[in-house]
Design a protein around this ligand. Structure first.
Ligand code: IDC
Length: 530
């Protein structure tokens, strides 16, 4: 019996030890797992920021400074923070040499991947003491000791959940290209909390272009009344008398918006932007304006490959949508097209070779000669550029600018370019400034059998800003319709100026509701969709 008792006592002891061992192991495991959870919160942050990288294509490393030091165990707080993923992205979209210094444009985006709205933001950028700020848009600025602080203007202080705020930009001039490239880090402050990110202020252009290209899905929903695209319905266009006619020989009117300078507003050079104009506005054409001079234009040190990439994005997007597209060599501050003729010849040689099989592409070879440039200068320029295009595109429509900001078409009509078909002449108007006097010039040209294309217009004054003259606007569009003229409307952007079609308080680049359009935008949408 004693033996038996002893055995029982041993068994009980072993059982107790076993239970204790399990409890101790359990406790240790719990402690380890708590430690791991803490790390995995960090891991999750890294993963989340990596996933932003993957979708946005920006080399952004995110580092939230307000780490959960106080409330590690507070899971609610931790998960709030996990969700609050915000960062600023700075990318250099264009740069050019400027009297031995380096100027460049930086586009700034604020990304809100969190589930809450950003109500107030500011961005600090170290641009360096020797760097000057030349211009900026859609933000307020304060520059002190080489640190530039950007704050919202009245309409873009908040960023809704899962939205990106774009169209904020600055142009700076640094002492050297190296100094410009060194502007590579920015700090975002959201409602008082600091987020840092580091990103090489290197070109995002290649990535952007690739993104766009893969985005360019073939069109699904159709647009003209019979469910076909404008190009499917009308095919290759040509000029007959003063009219554009379609592949069936029927009179045809091209109508649609012009981009602003593509280097200023690259985000609107997109399939979705153009699709909105086609489907919601009734546009069948887009004009792509590439400045040759201003702000790092194509011929004033701008990045040629980047600008051509943007043109190509635009041509491809329009083509996928079955829209016609004008490639516009947008001379303005360079006054006389002769100034950059060598570049123009190279450009149009390349463009016409690239788009020789695209029957929807139209070439506009000099936006607006001005500054006293004579018609004979424009004409001799045209006589050099047209054959270059003709070598690849024997019958594409070509629009030739006319003196005095493309108003003096009557003078061109006295001595037109000869020897080529499908040549048209530009008339541009801004209704508050240009009235009967310019309509009369257009009428004179038409009476002489010279085909006129209104390749740029708006209903405000010639600065692209100021008041709208609705009465003159109506007169212009009666004239346009009476004469079957085609027209492009300046400009696709949300810049705070009257001619911009999008309201300056709207940052969307497509799918605008009517109240997201400017007054000019509303007016043209109604006109075009009639
Ligand atoms: C204007 C833009 C403005 C930009 C300026 C640069 O609207 O935002 O700062 O160019 O020079 C034209 C030109 C067109 C002008 C427009 C308004 O073709 O480039 O755009 N305009 O001034 N001709 C008559 C008016």
């Amino acid at each position: 019996m004693d033996d038996k008792k002893q055995k029982n006592t041993n068994r009980i002891l072993i059982a107790v030890i076993a239970v204790l061992a399990v409890v101790v192991i359990g406790l240790i495991a719990a402690i380890i797992s708590k430690g791991k959870n803490k790390n995995s919160d960090k891991d999750k942050e890294t993963t989340a920021s990596e996933s932003i990288e993957a979708t946005d294509g920006d080399a952004v490393t995110e580092d939230k400074k307000d780490d959960d030091t106080e409330n590690d165990s507070d899971t609610e707080e931790a998960s709030d923070k996990e969700e609050l993923l915000c960062y600023v992205s700075v990318s250099s979209t264009n740069s050019w040499e400027n009297n031995g210094k380096q100027s460049g444009q930086l586009d700034i985006k604020i990304v809100n991947n969190s589930s809450s709205e950003i109500k107030d933001w500011s961005v600090k950028l170290e641009i360096g003491k020797d760097t000057t700020l030349d211009s900026f848009w859609n933000c307020n600025t304060d520059l002190k000791d080489g640190v530039l602080t950007l704050t919202p203007v009245e309409y873009n202080g908040s960023v809704a959940s899962k939205q990106t705020l774009g169209d904020i930009g600055i142009i700076v001039t640094a002492a050297s290209a190296g100094d410009f490239k060194a502007i590579n880090s920015a700090v975002l402050y959201v409602d008082g909390v600091e987020y840092t990110q580091t990103q090489t202020a290197d070109d995002k252009k290649e990535e952007r272009t690739t993104e766009e290209k893969t985005d360019n899905k073939k069109d699904d929903s159709k647009k003209d009344d019979n469910g076909k695209t404008p190009f499917e319905n009308h095919g290759k266009l040509s000029v007959k008398g003063t009219d554009i006619v379609d592949a069936n020989g029927d009179k045809f009117q091209l109508k649609g918006p012009s981009t602003h300078g593509i280097a200023w507003f690259p985000d609107y050079v997109s399939y979705d932007t153009f699709k909105t104009f086609r489907d919601d506005w009734g546009a069948n054409m887009i004009r792509i304006a590439m400045y040759t001079d201003e702000n790092g234009g194509y011929c004033s040190g701008g990045d040629k490959a980047y600008l051509k990439g943007l043109v190509d994005d635009g041509v491809k997007a329009a083509t996928d949508l079955g829209m016609y597209v004008i490639v516009d060599w947008h001379i303005l501050h360079d006054l006389n097209p002769q100034v950059n003729k060598a570049d123009a010849i190279d450009f149009f040689e390349e463009m016409s070779a690239k788009y020789k099989d695209y029957d929807n592409v139209i070439f506009e070879i000099c936006n607006e000669p001005n500054g006293g440039t004579s018609w004979s200068d424009v004409k001799s320029y045209a006589e050099e550029v047209i054959p270059v295009i003709r070598a690849n595109c024997p019958d594409a429509i070509i629009i030739v600018g006319t003196p005095n900001w493309s108003q003096d078409v009557d003078i061109a009509a006295n001595d037109p370019v000869t020897g080529y078909d499908n040549i048209m002449y530009a008339v541009h108007f801004y209704a508050t400034t240009h009235k009967d006097n310019i309509r009369n010039k257009a009428q004179t040209a038409l009476d002489k059998g010279i085909p006129v294309f209104i390749s740029e217009c708006s209903i405000c004054d010639a600065s692209g800003n100021g008041a709208i003259d609705y009465g003159e606007a109506d007169k212009w569009f009666s004239f346009i319709d009476d004469n079957n003229l085609s027209y492009a409307v300046w400009n696709i952007s949300n810049k705070d100026e009257t001619s911009s079609l999008i309201s300056s308080s709207c940052n969307k680049t497509s799918g605008w509701s009517d109240d997201e359009l400017s007054e000019t935008g509303k007016w043209f949408k109604e006109l075009m969709s009639k």
